[in-house]
Design a protein around this ligand. Structure first.
Ligand code: HEC
Length: 244
């Protein structure tokens, strides 16, 4: 029996064309069996009900984060180890990043992980830190991004960005996209007013910095209940853990 199978196999190998076709069919069937359930079964993508897509302003803030290369120094991926959880907060769940295109998990930590930065500091702290990291932490080696406070945010690009994200599966509705610019302006105004009320620079509502701050304040908060204490100001917050 074994001998016959062996002989048949040898014979098959002697017919290169037939053999190639059979191997291709074999790989295709195997591939489809693996692939079809992955695409069809929705549960393969772990989702968390409280994780929602970014607001329009946060989404463009994320684009600025990409443009400025923040991911080169900051990861957004807290590993499930005690040392990481105690330092940065709850570890990153797969379902938290389902709306991120492209993902920004990062692989370099010149600065601390930012996955749970949302709510850690007041808005004004971020404005000051971006303008000059040495103002909040004298030993910081992070470069300043002062132009974010001067350059105007291009609100007109927002609907296109959301439409692109919806193409790759982020569930923005047409109504949300139509309202995106107004929505972003409302959120930008609220952040700018908060910054001014805390004694920071006034008139930031159309500047790039508000979008970046909106994004940073959202990061990692969808699955978390604790927030920064209400009414905290930039000077209340000590930053011992941002020293490296
Ligand atoms: C050259 C590396 C480098 C780059 C690029 C960089 N950072 Fe940093 N970042 C650091 C370092 C180092 C620290 C810690 C010292 C400090 O607080 O400034 C830090 C701290 C931070 C913190 C405070 C974290 C905490 O938990 O206290 C935030 C927020 C932050 N960076 C945001 C950004 C953003 C947004 C960008 C892009 C616009 C950026 N960083 C780009 C190195 C970098």
């Amino acid at each position: 029996m074994k001998q016959t199978i062996f002989r048949r196999h040898r014979q098959l190998e002697g017919w290169p064309l037939v053999f190639t076709i059979l191997v291709t069919v074999g790989i295709l069937v195997g591939g489809l069996v693996e692939f079809i359930p992955l695409v069809l079964v929705k549960d393969n993508v772990p989702r968390i009900a409280s994780v929602k897509p970014f607001t329009p302003l946060e989404a463009v803030g994320r684009d600025l984060y990409i443009r400025e290369g923040c991911v080169n120094c900051h990861s957004q991926m807290i590993r499930p180890f005690r040392a990481e959880i105690e330092r940065y907060g709850d570890f990153t769940k797969a379902g938290e990043t389902v709306y991120e295109h492209p993902f920004l998990w990062g692989s370099k930590r010149t600065g601390p992980d930012l996955q749970r930065i949302g709510g850690k500091y007041p808005n004004l702290w971020h404005v000051r830190h971006m303008e000059d990291p040495r103002s909040t932490n004298p030993q910081s080696i992070m470069p300043p991004y002062a132009w974010l406070l001067k350059d105007d945010l291009d609100f007109a690009v927002i609907p296109g960005r959301l439409r692109a994200l919806s193409r790759v599966g982020v569930p923005y509705t047409d109504a949300e996209i139509a309202d995106a610019v107004a929505n972003a302006e409302r959120q930008a105004t609220a952040i700018a007013q908060d910054v001014a009320a805390q004694g920071g620079p006034a008139g930031l509502e159309r500047k790039e910095i508000v979008a970046l701050v909106a994004y940073l304040q959202r990061m990692g908060t969808d699955v978390r209940t604790s927030q920064a204490p209400a009414g905290a100001t930039a000077t209340d917050v000590a930053t011992p853990d941002s020293v490296h």
